[in-house]
Write a protein that binds this ligand. Structure first.
Ligand code: MN
Length: 206
C-alpha cells in the first residue's frame, strides 16, 4: 500500500467490476472505485506533497485546516479498502455468519436477525454522508456498532473495524437513486462473512 515514493495508490479490487451485480452494478462499482476511492487517494497524496513542499521551503502550512482535510481523505481511503474486502461476489457472500463471529453476535445482540436490524438502522440513520461499522472492543470483548459521519467523525480511536458499509449517496445512487434502505437490504446478500470473521479473530488475538 505504501509505495516507494512515500505516496498512496489505489488498491485493486479483490474481484472484477461485474462481481457484485445485481446488488451493486458494474457501472456503480467502477465509478465508486475509479472516481471516488481514487479521489481520496489523490486527496491524501496532495496533502503529503503539500507538507513535503512546505518542509523543503521552510514555510508553514495552515496545519489546523490541513490536518482536518487529511483526516477526511485518509479516513475515506482506508474505509473504502475495508468495504471492498468485506464484500464477496454474488453467490459467494451473504447468508449468515458462522464460527466465532456467529457466537459473538449471538452473545451481544441476542440473535443474528437483531444484529442485522440494528446495523441496518445505524446505517439508514447516518445524517448525510457516512458509514455504519461493526467494531470490537478489546478491553471488554464486546462487539459494538459505530456510526461514522463523513469518513472520520464519531470514530472510536484504535477500535478495529470488522465490517463497514458505505452510505454516501455516491455508493448507491446509480443503482438505487435515493433509496438507501433498498441498497442496504441488498448489501446483506454480498457480505463476505469469512473476511469479517477473520478480522474478528485477529482483533481477539490482539
Ligand atoms: Mn464511497
Amino acid at each position: 500500500m505504501m509505495e516507494q515514493n512515500r505516496l498512496y495508490s489505489l488498491p485493486a479490487l479483490p474481484y472484477d467490476y461485474k462481481a457484485l451485480s445485481p446488488g451493486i452494478s458494474e457501472e456503480q462499482l467502477r465509478i465508486h472505485h475509479t472516481k471516488h476511492h481514487q479521489g481520496y487517494v489523490n486527496g491524501v497524496n496532495a496533502i503529503y506533497e503539500k507538507l513535503d513542499k512546505a518542509q523543503q521551503e521552510g514555510s508553514s502550512p495552515d496545519l489546523k485546516a490541513t490536518l482536518k482535510e487529511l483526516s477526511f481523505h485518509l479516513g475515506g481511503f482506508l474505509l473504502h479498502t475495508l468495504y471492498w474486502e468485506n464484500m464477496a461476489p454474488a453467490g459467494k457472500g451473504g447468508g449468515a455468519p458462522r464460527g466465532t463471529l456467529a457466537t459473538c453476535i449471538e452473545k451481544e445482540f441476542g440473535s443474528f436477525e437483531r444484529f442485522k436490524k440494528d446495523f441496518t438502522t445505524a446505517a439508514n440513520s447516518v445524517e448525510g454522508s457516512g458509514w455504519a461499522a461493526l467494531t470490537y472492543c478489546q478491553k471488554t470483548g464486546r462487539l459494538l456498532l459505530m456510526q461514522i459521519e463523513k469518513h472520520n467523525v464519531h470514530v472510536y480511536p484504535s477500535f478495529p473495524l470488522l465490517m463497514v458499509v458505505d452510505v454516501w449517496e455516491h455508493a448507491y445512487y446509480i443503482d438505487y437513486k435515493n433509496d438507501r434502505a433498498k441498497y442496504l437490504e441488498n448489501f446483506w446478500s454480498i457480505v463476505n462473512w469469512n473476511t469479517v470473521n477473520a478480522r474478528l479473530e485477529k482483533a481477539m488475538e490482539g
